[in-house]
Design a protein around this ligand. Sequence first.
Ligand code: 3PG
Length: 211
Amino acid sequence: MNSMFDDAPLLALVQQDDVEAAVRTAEALLAGGISAIEVLLRTDGALDCLREISKEVPKAVVGAGTVLSAAQAEQALDCGASFIVSPGIDEGVIEVARSAGAPVYPGVCTATELQRAHNFGLGTVKFFPATVAGGVPAIKALSSVFRAMRFIPTGGVSIANLADFLSLPAVLACGGSWLTPKELIEKRDFQGISALAEQALAVAAKAVANR
Ligand code: 3PG
């Protein structure tokens, strides 16, 4: 079991330019019981957000997402990322993360990609984009072949389908931006973020217990 999901089988995505908002979002997620936080490298300020969260919120396990190249993986690790997530498979990204001893979760959604991940020696992958790539039935079918592989479905996951994904033993955790809605952050409603985290955690705990 990967220890970063010991507290909750949830990975909260943070897409932010504003460092203060990013730090407060991370604190709010942590207060709501979610410690695994993925800062998406899709904004100019993403690396600053990553650096500040890793400094200011040490109890969070913060990593970088949307990592497209080995160079970006290096930058993210320099800014304190403790894990790396990419939307697809890139050998350079995997190698950089591995040589730093950081977990790496490349995105896959086909049997061919899974086979590639398997042959890289990876035991956990992001399943992306989860809902459009076939959702729960697709993971069930793929995990009947890749029996030891663990999945982190991301892309279209929400409170409405979270329990369905987490009912599968092959699902290690679910990722998503629904835990950090832009509207709440713009209103500085960080209690609202904590409340969403608590709600997700309750749904997740029930789904995992009922497996
Ligand atoms: C990702 O980067 O993994 C996706 O953009 C997440 O998709 P979501 O916004 O539907 O959670």
